[in-house]
Write a protein that binds this ligand. Structure first.
Ligand SMILES: Nc1ncnc2c1ncn2[C@@H]1O[C@H](COP(=O)(O)OP(=O)(O)O)[C@@H](O)[C@H]1O
Ligand SMILES: [Mg+2]
Length: 423
């Protein structure tokens, strides 16, 4: 609300009084509205308290005590009762010698009184004080509301980061624990293959030298389909080997991704970080249901190892890739285009690492682009998006690495995020 809309409500049944006080207030430069009794005043204020109302509540109410219908005290009581009007300061207007009214008015929640007959100077002086107090109170209330909102955001981010770091430790722990049992399997596949080869050789020798086995042996060979079993056994071992190799790959990526270097800078290979992150997102890149596969095109430049926080950097890549995948899924629903993510990396001017992650999804509107990095800003449904991904990514790139995180996007034309890390 702009200042020029602010006004004082004067309530008095006596036209002469109204005229005098209005004159005084106008001299002071105040805008006012008038009501001629308590009920009219209450109706007016309640209309203003309505959310859809154009008219704001008065800054101050000057209230006569003796009026027909409900008197000033009752009017004041009802104003106090209503949470929407409770905060409007009330100044009573009483006769000079009416000490009892003054006390009663103040005890009912009025902030002050002015006496009749009115002294213009006194009226203005008192109104000025309470007007100013009201402005200060409003300002403070607004300030508190804004800071509280900010605190909530910060707290949310902290909780989210704490969760991530706990999760990171858990993941790293699990990945580590998996390694031991996994190595039993991986390590035993090669000897198992050798034994199988030896046994096959032996059986072949038997068959060659004893072409006519006894009936029981012949029946067993027939029953188990020996030839097929031997052939299939090799294939089974091969696919077990492939499977365990994949588990090893994932376990390594998990450890890589979740490396707990949240608070120590070390030299790290950012390509390795991105590759690990992509391995963890493989299930989302693959074609799903009828959705096509997302092709990841890597144009990796020649990057040196970068002095950075690798765990948090991976978090940045994870958020950017996950957002691109979300956007591509939405694009697929619209027009089944071929889905692509392109990664470009290079060293710029010998002093900056540039990583660009682009998708060919639907892009975003100017409004989305402007709010992208706001904590809690999301266009996704509850459960799918938290709106924290990019604000956390920005914090990691900008605050932790003194870098830049920029976004370039036009609706219909895909989106490109650019991470810049100074060397
Ligand atoms: N690659 C992208 N393409 C289109 N919109 C995007 C892309 N990345 C982010 N956005 C928009 O930015 C918003 C905020 O992203 P983010 O902070 O990661 O939160 P969330 O993913 O939980 O919504 C998303 O809801 C989306 O509208
Ligand atoms: Mg996100």
């Amino acid at each position: 609300m702009s200042t020029d809309q602010k006004y004082i409500l004067v309530v008095d049944d006596n036209p002469t009084n109204l005229a005098v006080i209005s004159q005084a207030l106008k001299v002071g430069g105040y805008k006012l509205r008038v009501a001629s009794d308590g009920e009219e005043a209450l109706a007016m204020v309640e209309r203003c308290a309505n959310l859809q109302s154009e008219q704001a509540l008065p800054e101050l109410i000057l209230l006569d005590v003796q009026m027909p219908g409900i008197d000033g005290f009752e009017t004041c009581r009802r104003l106090q009762e209503n949470p929407a009007t409770k905060a409007i300061p009330v100044i009573f207007m009483t006769a000079l010698n009416d000490a009892e009214s003054k006390v009663q008015g103040l005890s009912m929640g009025a902030v002050d009184y002015i006496t009749k007959p009115f002294e213009q100077e006194e009226v203005l002086a008192r109104v000025k004080v309470h007007w100013r107090l009201k402005q200060l109170t409003d300002y403070l209330e607004q300030e508190v509301a804004e800071r509280t909102a900010l605190l909530k955001h910060t707290q949310l981010q902290l909780i989210q980061q704490e969760k991530l770091s706990t999760l990171g430790q858990l993941v790293a722990g699990v990945a580590h624990e998996i390694n031991n049992p996994l190595s039993f399997v991986v390590g035993n596949i090669a000897p198992a293959k050798e034994y199988l080869a030896d046994i096959t050789k032996l059986l072949n020798l038997y068959q060659k030298n004893y072409p006519q086995p006894v009936a029981a042996v012949a029946a067993q060979i027939e029953d188990m389909d020996l030839e097929f079993a031997l052939e299939d056994f090799t294939k089974i071992l091969d696919s077990m080997q492939l499977g365990t190799e994949r588990i090893q790959d994932i376990s390594l990526s998990l450890r890589n991704f979740a490396r707990s270097s949240n608070d120590t800078r070390i030299k790290a290979d950012l390509h390795e970080g991105m590759n690990s992150t992509l391995v963890l997102l493989k299930h989302r890149l693959k074609n799903q249901g009828n959705r096509g596969e997302i092709e990841v095109i890597k144009h990796y430049g020649n990057l040196p190892e970068v002095d950075c926080y690798p765990g948090p950097m991976n978090q940045v890549f994870m958020n950017l890739f996950a957002n691109a995948i979300d956007a591509l899924e939405e694009a697929w629903e619209k027009d089944q285009r071929p889905l692509k993510i392109q990664i470009d990396t290079e060293v710029y001017h010998d002093d900056t690492i540039i990583i660009q992650i682009a998708d060919n999804a639907l892009g975003m509107t100017e409004n989305v682009r402007k709010n992208l990095f706001q904590p809690l800003f999301t266009t996704k449904s509850i459960g799918k998006g938290t709106g924290l991904g990019l604000s956390i990514a920005q914090q990691i790139v900008v605050d932790k690495h003194s870098g830049k995180l920029l976004c370039d996007s036009t609706p219909g034309n895909g989106t490109e995020f650019r991470v810049e890390i100074p060397l």
